[in-house]
Design a protein around this ligand. Structure first.
Ligand SMILES: NC(=O)c1ccc[n+]([C@@H]2O[C@H](COP(=O)([O-])OP(=O)(O)OC[C@H]3O[C@@H](n4cnc5c(N)ncnc54)[C@H](O)[C@@H]3O)[C@@H](O)[C@H]2O)c1
Length: 444
């Protein structure tokens, strides 16, 4: 299947990257981009920068870098802004996050220090473990949304940006469920005016971004831009939205391994996952309500990949448990253990143990970069509403009502690449390949 190339406006000018949350992920992302710009590092982990995309037949030998294939903004065009209830500038925040060594912070310290967080929309009821002084005051939640909209416009003007994107890199909010306030734009706006408790700070940022025509991405697991009021607003205002919960660490491993077991019809009886981490994210997740949000996000992955209803013999007895333990000595350097009880031919049991000594923010930073560039690309390609083709980057991909999310990393990658081929007017790749063996088409 081919496609006609869409009209895509060019990536000229400055692209402002607005980040609610100037913590470990955000500062590691900014410091990394600044180091790469200066030629001090390579963009490891970034599909847009280091990945390639095959075009045409396998014998055509055409596999350009994604960043050369699609008109993406380049790293020199990015300008950063943030909101945070903690007033530390980007350098102080990066020092406290303690992800990067001093030798990696020194060359970019000046640029990081220039990033002073704007006053946040913050409410302790939604992130109980944090206190902040750099917080907006407003008569009601609509007033707070208006203030964020004004910040967005001022940032754009003061920094001479042509376009903006917003990526939520702030703390995980408490577990919330959808209710009538979220169901349509009118009730949501009414709720903003009445400061309804079902509207969280993250929803206020999302609303402000969409109203300003700024592509919005949610990197945390909390209920946010997937509520019908905001998906509708995104459609009406022709704004792309994506989320949620950056796929890194243990869940990334799950979505790599589980499709493999299923592909080979290997059964699974149990998957026990536990983590220790000691960063601020870990502290926030120590609150049971924030943990519940994360737990739901992490648990949903296996059920959907393994399709228990379609494969009861293999997966109906699967016991899946996820634990997150706050353990300060480890800082951002998480350790994740998985014990997987699988079974094969004649039901013989086997075990797999994974001990992933990972670095959360090191895995998340390139995801933020890719989402920044691809959401800007989507917007210029006139794609709007939920960007399901970016599921590749999320633990809980948001999706159209009535669909199940696609969690399998390899399907997600194919979807992402085929979407890019489609938008750019290239042939889609089905991996059929029978045409390399012409005799299949000859009469028998
Ligand atoms: N690192 C990863 O691998 C990974 C993966 C998936 C999701 N996430 C999510 O990304 C988010 C950021 O992670 P982190 O490690 O940088 O956490 P962090 O605690 O270091 O940083 C979060 C920052 O957000 C700020 N914040 C809290 N509420 C805010 C608000 N209402 N407005 C603006 N700022 C606010 C906090 O003050 C803090 O500085 C978390 O929600 C985390 O769950 C991270």
């Amino acid at each position: 299947m081919g496609s006609t190339k869409r009209q895509i406006s060019g990536p000229e000018g400055k692209l402002g990257v607005l980040l609610p949350g100037l913590g470990a992920v955000a500062t590691t992302f900014i410091a990394g981009v600044e180091s790469i710009r200066r030629g001090l590092a390579k963009p490891y982990g970034s599909l847009t920068q280091m990945g390639r995309i095959r075009l045409g037949r396998r014998d055509d030998g055409k596999s350009p870098l994604i960043k050369e294939f699609a008109p993406l903004a380049n790293l020199d065009q990015l300008v950063f802004g943030a909101w945070d209830p903690i007033p530390d500038n980007g350098y102080e925040a990066a020092k406290k996050a303690a992800v990067l060594k001093q030798e990696h912070l020194d060359p970019v310290a000046g640029t990081l220090a220039e990033i002073k967080p704007m006053k946040a929309v913050f409410d302790k009821n939604y992130v109980r473990k944090l206190d902040g002084t750099n917080v907006k005051q407003g008569s009601d939640k609509m007033d707070l949304a208006e203030q964020v909209r004004e910040d967005i416009r001022n940032f754009k003007k003061e920094n001479g940006c042509d376009r903006l994107v917003m990526v939520w890199c702030a703390s995980t909010e408490v577990f919330m469920t959808r209710n009538s306030v979220h169901e349509d734009i009118a009730s949501f706006e009414q709720g903003l005016k009445k400061s309804d408790p079902s509207i969280s700070p993250s929803m206020i940022y999302a609303y402000a971004a969409i109203k300003e025509g700024v592509p919005y991405t949610n990197g945390a697991p909390n209920l946010n831009c997937e509520i019908p009021a905001l998906t509708q607003l995104a459609k009406d205002n022709r704004v792309p939205i994506a989320g949620k919960d950056f796929k890194t660490g243990q869940t990334l491993m799950k979505t790599i391994l589980a499709p493999g077991f299923k592909a080979r019809a290997l059964g699974i009886n149990g998957w026990f996952s536990t983590n220790i981490l000691g960063n601020r994210d870990g502290e926030v997740l120590d609150d049971p309500d924030s943990f519940k949000t994360k737990e739901q996000s992490k648990l949903s992955v296996l059920d959907t990949i393994l399709q228990t209803d379609l494969y009861p013999d293999l997966y109906k007895n699967l016991y899946h448990k996820v634990r997150i333990n706050y353990y300060p000595p480890r800082g951002d350097n998480k350790e994740g253990w998985d014990n997987i009880d699988i079974f094969g031919w004649l039901g013989y049991p086997m075990q797999i143990k994974i001990d992933f000594l990972c670095r959360d923010s090191i895995l998340a930073a390139p995801v933020v970069l890719d989402l920044t560039l691809l959401m800007d690309f989507a917007s210029r390609a006139k794609m709007y509403g939920i960007q399901e083709w970016l599921s590749f980057y999320f633990k809980s991909p948001i999706h159209a009502e009535g669909l199940y999310p696609e969690h399998d990393l390899f399907i997600q990658l194919m979807k992402l690449k085929n979407t890019m081929r489609y938008v750019m007017g290239e042939e889609l790749i089905t991996h059929l390949g029978l045409d390399y063996y012409g005799y299949y088409d000859e009469p028998y």
